[in-house]
Design a protein around this ligand. Structure first.
Ligand code: NAP
Length: 750
C-alpha cells in the first residue's frame, strides 16, 4: 500500500476529518507517510466519503477503537471536544504514541490534557496549530496544498519528547509548511490579536450592517474594500463560537485595546484634528507597508526571512546615462530625528525611502510624533519639541540600521521614559558599547543586553545628564553624533574630539535647525538646554550610492555616467579623491549649496588609466562606506592597492574586509586581507580592456554594499556572477537594480 522508504508512521488515527484533518490526511496519503490511515468522526457519512476519496483505510464511530495501536493521533475537531476525546482514548494509548491537534487555541487544549492525564501527560503530546484554512469546512473542502507556504505553530510542553517533536516538524514540512515553536501562552496572545480579533471585527461589522433596515442597499452597493474586510465573517460559526470562549482572556484584552484605539479615531474625527488623524493614518499605513519586512525579521518568524539574489551576465555593451541616485541616508535619518525634537514643522524633500531611514521614521512615530509621508521623497514632520516625545508602547525596532540605534541611544538617554531598541539579526551582532560607554559617563543608564555588548539596547529614562568632554577612541560619526545629541539635554557643555574628521552632517544640520555648534579643529562642542526650530531640508543624493556607479564607469570601456545633485560634504568625498589618485577620469561639476550641504554633479568616463595606490590614511574615514566599491576598482587597476587604518570595516553590516577578500578571490583576484585593511594585486593593464573577473558565486552576507560592489564587477566579468543575499540593497538604494539596468548592466534580480 505504501512505499516503505518514506513511511514515518505505522498507523495514523484522525479524530475529526473536516477541512484541516482531511487536508493533512491528503498529504500523508499522497506522500506515503503512513502504512495505515484511520479516522473517527461524528457522522458516518464523513467516514464513507473519506473512504471513497481514498483518504482512510478504516473508519470508526468510536475514537477509542480508532486509536488502537496508532503511533500518531491527530485531533482535528473543534477544540471544545478535546477533553471528551482524550478521556475516551486514554486507556488504549500506545506508550510511544504521538498525540497532536490542530486547534486554533492552545491553552484550553493543554488544560484538557491536564484534566484527563493529571501530571502524567504523555511525552508524545505536542499541541499544534496550522495557520492556514478557509471559510469552508468539511471533508470536501480539504486540499493537499492547504498548508503549503503557511506556518504551523507547535507548542511543545516542558516534558515533551524531542524525537516526537522532530517527527511532527518533519510531518508538517512534508506538507510544505514552515514550522515555528513557541509556548502555549504566547501562541494564544499572538493569535488573539492577529486572527481572533480580526474575525470578531468582521463578524461584528457584518452583524451591524445586517441589522440595519437598509441592509439590502448597503450590501448591494458595497465596494471591494467591504468584500475584502468581511470575507472571514463567512467562517464556521460553531468553530468561532468555540474559539472565542476557548481563548476568552486574551481575546477580551485584544477587544479592549481595539475599543481604546477606535475611541481615539472617533475623538480626532469629532474634533476635526486633521494633523493628528493624518499622523495616525500615516502611522498605520507605514506599519502595514513594513509588515512583510517586520515579519521577515520577527524572531518568531525567523524561518521566513526573504532572500534575493542578483545574477550578472558578461557582455555589457554600454554603461552610460544621467542618473539621480536616492537621497543621502545619513541626512535622511537626521532630518527626521531633528525635525521630531524641533519646535514647529519641518519639510523634507529627497528623503531616502529605504528601510533604514524608514526605521528611524517609524521609531519617532512610535514615540508619538506625527509625520506625513514619505511620498515621492517628501516628508512633513510635526515637531514635538525637546520634551515632547512619548514612551513607545513596545520596543523600538531599528531593522538593519546602526545609525538609528547609535544616534537614538543619545536622544533616548535623555528622555523621561524607559526604552528598548532591537534590530534584525545583522544589527544584533554590531557593537553598541562604543556609544553606551560615553553615554554612561554623562549619567545615562544604558545597557547593551546582547552578548558581547550588542543589541538589544535598554535605556532607563529620567536621568539627569552632565555635559563632558570625550576623546573618541575611533573615528565614528555615529558615536560622535550620539554623544552630541545627548548633549542637547545635558547640563553645561558637551564636547567631542575625533582622531580624524568624520561626517559632520549632525553638526551642519543642528545649525540648520538653529542650534549653535562650535567646531575648533577636531573638537566639536555644544551647550545643552537650547531648542531646535523646524526648517526645510533638501536631502542631497547619497555619494555612497553614487560610488557604485562611479566605480562602474571608471572600469568600463566607453562608459560615461553623470550622477546629479550628489552631496559632496568634504567629510564624505574620500571616494572622489581616491578614484582621482588612482587615475580615474572624474570631474565634479556645477557645485552649489542645498540645505546647508554642498552638492554637485559628478561625471565619470571609462578610460583604462587606473593604477594601484597606497590609500592615504587620512582619506579612510572620508570614504569608509565606499571601500567595497573601491576594492572592485583596485582589482581592475594596474599594480598593487594597499589599504591600512581601516579596522572599522570589520564591524560594519558584515566584516567587509573578509567578505570582500573572499568574494574577490572567488572571482580570481589575488588579494590578502590584513588586520586593518587589505592588499589587492590589480589585474588591469593601463590602456587595456580585458576581462578582469572570472564568474562565480558570491555570498554578500546580506550586506547591501557588498552586493552592489560585486554587481559592478559584472561589467568586467568573463562568466556570470551570482550574488546571494541581495535583499538588503533596498535598505539604502531601493532603485539600484532599475538604474543599473538602465545604464546597461546585464543584471537580473530574483
Ligand atoms: P470542520 O471542517 O468542521 O471539521 C471538523 C471535524 O471534526 C468533522 O470531521 C467533524 O465530524 C468532527 N467532529 C466535530 N465534533 C466532533 C466530536 N465531538 N467528536 C468527533 N468528531 C467531531 O472543521 P475544521 O475547519 O477542520 O477545524 C478543525 C479544527 O481545526 C478546529 O479545532 C479549528 O479550530 C482548527 N482550525 C481550523 C481552521 C479553519 O480555517 N477552518 C484553521 C486552523 C485551525 P463530521 O465530519 O462527522 O461532522
Amino acid at each position: 500500500m505504501s512505499d516503505s522508504s518514506t513511511v514515518m508512521f505505522e498507523k495514523v488515527a484522525f479524530i475529526g476529518l473536516g477541512l484541516i484533518g482531511s487536508s493533512l490526511a491528503r498529504v500523508i496519503r499522497e506522500k506515503n507517510l503512513a502504512k495505515q490511515i484511520v479516522a473517527s468522526t461524528r457522522s458516518v457519512q464523513t467516514l464513507l466519503d473519506a473512504k471513497q476519496l481514498g483518504l482512510i483505510d478504516v473508519g470508526y464511530s468510536n475514537a477509542a477503537e480508532a486509536v488502537q495501536d496508532a503511533d500518531l493521533i491527530v485531533l482535528a475537531l473543534p477544540v471544545q471536544a478535546t477533553q471528551t476525546v482524550l478521556k475516551t482514548i486514554k486507556s488504549v494509548l500506545r506508550a510511544d504514541v504521538i498525540i497532536t491537534d490542530v486547534g486554533s487555541t492552545k491553552a484550553n487544549v493543554v488544560d484538557a490534557a491536564h484534566a484527563v492525564f493529571g501530571q502524567n501527560i504523555p511525552t508524545g503530546f505536542i499541541p499544534g496549530h496550522p495557520i492556514a484554512g478557509s471559510e469552508h469546512s468539511g471533508i470536501h473542502a480539504g486540499k493537499v496544498d492547504l498548508f503549503a507556504h503557511h506556518k504551523v505553530i507547535l507548542t511543545p510542553l516542558a516534558n515533551s519528547d524531542q524525537d516526537a517533536l522532530n517527527k511532527l516538524i518533519t510531518l508538517w514540512q512534508a506538507a510544505d509548511a514552515e514550522v515555528i515553536c513557541m509556548d502555549v501562552q504566547q501562541h494564544d496572545e499572538v493569535l488573539a490579536h492577529t486572527s481572533h480579533l480580526p474575525h470578531l471585527m468582521a463578524f461584528n461589522l457584518v452583524e451591524q450592517l445586517a441589522n440595519r433596515k437598509d441592509n439590502l442597499d448597503i450590501f448591494r452597493y458595497a465596494a471591494g474594500g467591504f468584500r475584502d474586510f468581511s470575507r472571514i465573517a463567512a467562517s464556521d460559526p460553531q468553530m468561532w463560537h468555540d474559539i472565542f470562549f476557548a481563548n476568552k482572556r486574551a481575546i477580551l484584552e485584544a477587544v479592549t485595546g481595539f475599543e481604546q484605539q477606535l475611541k481615539q479615531f472617533k475623538d480626532v474625527i469629532e474634533r476635526q484634528d486633521s494633523q493628528k488623524l493624518m499622523g495616525m493614518l500615516g502611522h498605520a499605513r507605514a506599519a502595514r507597508q513594513h509588515f512583510n519586512h517586520m515579519l521577515a525579521n520577527n524572531p518568531l518568524m525567523e524561518k521566513q526571512t526573504v532572500t534575493q539574489q542578483f545574477r550578472i551576465l558578461p557582455g555589457t555593451q554600454k554603461f552610460v546615462g544621467k542618473f539621480t541616485v536616492p537621497g543621502d541616508k545619513s541626512v535622511s535619518h537626521r532630518s527626521i530625528m531633528f525635525g521630531a525634537i524641533a519646535e514647529g514643522t519641518t519639510h523634507v524633500t529627497g528623503f531616502l525611502e529605504g528601510e533604514d531611514a524608514l526605521a528611524t521614521l517609524q521609531a519617532f512615530r512610535d514615540m508619538g510624533v506625527s509625520i506625513e509621508g514619505p511620498k515621492n521623497g517628501e516628508v512633513t514632520v510635526h515637531g514635538v519639541g525637546m520634551h515632547g516625545l512619548k514612551a513607545p508602547v513596545s520596543a523600538l525596532y531599528m531593522g538593519n540600521s546602526g545609525t538609528s540605534m547609535r544616534l537614538l541611544s543619545g536622544i533616548l538617554s535623555a528622555q523621561d521614559f524607559d526604552t528598548v531598541m532591537t534590530g534584525d539579526p545583522s544589527l544584533s551582532k554590531r557593537p553598541m558599547e562604543r556609544i553606551a560607554k560615553p553615554l554612561r559617563l554623562m549619567g545615562a543608564q544604558i545597557q547593551t543586553t546582547g552578548e558581547k555588548g550588542t543589541p538589544p539596547v535598554s535605556i532607563r529614562g529620567k536621568q539627569i545628564l552632565q555635559g563632558m568632554h570625550y576623546d573618541l577612541p575611533m573615528a565614528s560619526a555615529q558615536v560622535k553624533s550620539g554623544i552630541l545629541l545627548a548633549g542637547l539635554w545635558a547640563q553645561g557643555e558637551t564636547s567631542v574630539t575625533e582622531p580624524e574628521p568624520t561626517r559632520d552632517h549632525t553638526e551642519r544640520m543642528l545649525r540648520a535647525f538653529g542650534y549653535e555648534v562650535k567646531t575648533e579643529g577636531n573638537k566639536i562642542s555644544l551647550t545643552g538646554g537650547g531648542k531646535l526650530t523646524g526648517t526645510r531640508i533638501q536631502v542631497p543624493s547619497d555619494i555612497s550610492s553614487a560610488a557604485f556607479f562611479m566605480v562602474g564607469a571608471a572600469i568600463t570601456q566607453d562608459a560615461d555616467i553623470t550622477l546629479e545633485a550628489v552631496g559632496i560634504n568634504p567629510t564624505r568625498t574620500g571616494v572622489i579623491e581616491i578614484l582621482k589618485q588612482m587615475g580615474a577620469d572624474l570631474s565634479v561639476e556645477n557645485q552649489r549649496i542645498a540645505g546647508g550641504e554642498p552638492i554637485a554633479d559628478i561625471r565619470i568616463r571609462g578610460t583604462q588609466t587606473l593604477k594601484g595606490i597606497h590609500i592615504p590614511e587620512d582619506q579612510v574615514p572620508l570614504a569608509i562606506d565606499e571601500f567595497p566599491a573601491l576594492f572592485i576598482a583596485a582589482a581592475c587597476a594596474e599594480g598593487q592597492t594597499i589599504l591600512t587604518g581601516a579596522a572599522e570595516l570589520r564591524v560594519k553590516e558584515s566584516d567587509r574586509i573578509q567578505v570582500m577578500a573572499d568574494g574577490l578571490k572567488t572571482l580570481g583576484i589575488d588579494c590578502t586581507p590584513t588586520a586593518d585593511g587589505i592588499v589587492i594585486n590589480g589585474k588591469g593593464k593601463i590602456g587595456e580592456w580585458s576581462t578582469i573577473f572570472t564568474g562565480g558565486e558570491i555570498e554578500s552576507h546580506h550586506d547591501h554594499r557588498i552586493a552592489m560592489s560585486f554587481s559592478m564587477a559584472g561589467l568586467r566579468c568573463a562568466a556570470p556572477i551570482t550574488i546571494y543575499g541581495t535583499e538588503t540593497v533596498a535598505t539604502s538604494f531601493p532603485t539600484f537594480t532599475q538604474l543599473a539596468q538602465q545604464a546597461g548592466l546585464n543584471l537580473e534580480a530574483s
